[in-house]
Design a protein. Structure first.
Length: 133
């Protein structure tokens, strides 16, 4: 019984020491995750987009609403809005053209901590056809 008790105590001490040694590394990981570059997490685009649908792009960090450059093909005048880590893109006239294939290119956007996209982000989609109603 004494040997079993000694083994259990040894394992508990080693476990405690292992956790204590790795604690500073965990803090470093947290700090380095704050230094990440700006990245896109997701968007709300499906294969076919409604003509009145806003394009929503979610990033891994909160965004600045300054110096945003977004273009489209075919060319549209676009407006952008920032809500936290969400970039909302829509045509200035509020509607996409019917039955049109678009590419939206986010050329420049910055997080509040000054990080930028490493390369432009592109989304492709097609708008719904006109139903004649």
């Amino acid at each position: 019984i004494a040997v079993v008790l000694l083994v259990i105590i040894t394992l508990l001490v080693q476990s405690f020491l292992f956790k204590t040694k790795n604690a500073p590394l965990q803090n470093l990981r947290t700090e380095s995750s704050d230094q990440r570059e700006l990245e896109v997490l997701t968007n709300n685009v499906s294969e076919e987009v409604l003509v009145a649908q806003n394009i929503e792009i979610t990033f891994n960090k909160e965004l600045s609403d300054k110096d945003i450059v977004v273009n489209s093909t075919p060319e549209e005048t676009l407006s952008t809005e920032v809500l936290g880590n969400l970039l909302i893109v829509k045509p200035a006239n509020q509607i996409w053209q019917y039955n049109t294939s678009y590419k939206i290119i986010v050329n420049q956007v910055r997080s509040l901590d000054g990080k930028s996209l490493l390369s432009p982000y592109t989304i492709g989609f097609k708008t719904q056809g006109y139903s004649g109603i």
